[in-house]
Write a protein that binds this ligand. Structure first.
Ligand code: MF3
Ligand code: CO
Ligand code: CO
Length: 307
């Protein structure tokens, strides 16, 4: 039942908050001066369960202080990726790159978030050619000319996480097919980000990413996706890179998401290495490429917090 168009559950919530209470977002401001209008706007909206439309939980809405902290974490994260750009060349081991990334993050006051994350043994993920993601850096893995490599870095600075990855073409030259895949993957990420609008829908991202991949004869990995990020490494929602416009979670100002499409030459299917339980590869062992940015939803559009 709706009362004055406001869903019962949300109405009860709004009424349980006093106008002069401190806002749930932790801003320190009074509720009436902060997220009261926001809660009412969401309360008045109709959510179509058949489209999977859902309200974002308060837990994933960041206040100005949280956002500034993720921004700072993003500066360190981006600096680490810039350093990787200088160091990637034929003959270097992925363990060497991992050590350099760890040193950079730690010397800037951060913690590499991947290290010990659910048992992951290294500070970065380095994924070469048919490796889709979660490649474990190793002294034995040596970059060679023409490899396409994803380096994925997540920094935890003062408890706030920024997560981004870039592709590198080792030695600067590869096959035209591999180069095209790297470009298409980047375009998928950019189009996905451009599809993010405050008061839009999560499915708008996957619609844009997936459409572009498929139009270019590529496939999109569906077993893994982007995620909310901020006060934790992985938060709600799961961000699919294929989808339908107008479906999924409502996107609202203060949400921070990653867009990180994994784009394959052949099948979208993947498998996980039986030995290390981490390395994700394409099932057909054809190439895969990925780019990732951390994106804030603002009142007017988006702000990139790490790339
Ligand atoms: N950085 C990856 C992501 O984009 C997650 C890596 S988890 C790890 O979400 F344990 F493999 F490091
Ligand atoms: Co990442
Ligand atoms: Co991520």
């Amino acid at each position: 039942m709706d009362i004055c168009g406001i869903g019962k559950e949300v109405l009860a919530y709004i009424m349980s908050m006093s106008r002069n209470d401190l806002c749930w977002c932790g801003s320190g401001k009074k509720y009436k001066k902060c997220h009261k209008d926001y809660d009412e706007r969401i309360g008045e909206m109709k959510f179509d369960v058949f489209k999977g439309q859902v309200r974002p939980p308060h837990k994933i809405i960041n206040n100005a202080k949280d956002i500034e902290a993720v921004r700072k974490s993003g500066v360190v994260n981006d600096g680490t990726l810039d350093l990787m750009e200088e160091l990637v060349r034929p003959g270097v081991s992925t363990a060497f790159l991992d050590d350099a990334a760890r040193d950079y993050i730690e010397s800037h006051g951060g913690i590499p978030a991947c290290l010990d994350y659910e048992g992951f043994p290294k500070s970065t993920c380095i994924s070469i050619n048919e490796v889709v993601c979660h490649g474990i850096p190793s002294k034995k893995t040596i970059l060679k000319e023409g490899d396409i490599v994803n380096i994925d870095i997540t920094t935890n600075l003062d408890g706030y996480f920024a997560d981004a990855s870039r592709m590198f073409i080792v030695g600067g030259k590869t096959t035209p097919e591999a180069q095209r895949l790297v470009e298409v993957a980047r375009e998928c990420m950019e189009l996905g980000i451009q599809a993010i609008k405050p008061w839009g829908w999560l499915g708008d991202i996957g619609d844009a990413c997936g459409r572009h991949a498929h139009e270019n004869g590529c496939s999109v990995v569906t077993d893994l996706g982007g995620h909310g990020v901020g006060k934790e490494f992985h938060l709600e929602p799961f961000v699919p890179h294929v989808g339908k416009k107008g479906t999924g979670m409502l996107l609202v100002p203060g949400m921070i998401l990653t867009v990180e499409p994994m784009i394959n030459q052949g099948t979208y299917q993947v498998d996980v290495d039986k030995g290390d339980n981490w390395t994700v590869r394409t099932k057909d062992r054809k190439l895969s490429a990925q780019w990732e940015k951390t994106v804030l939803v603002t009142e007017t559009g988006t702000e990139i917090l790490s790339s």
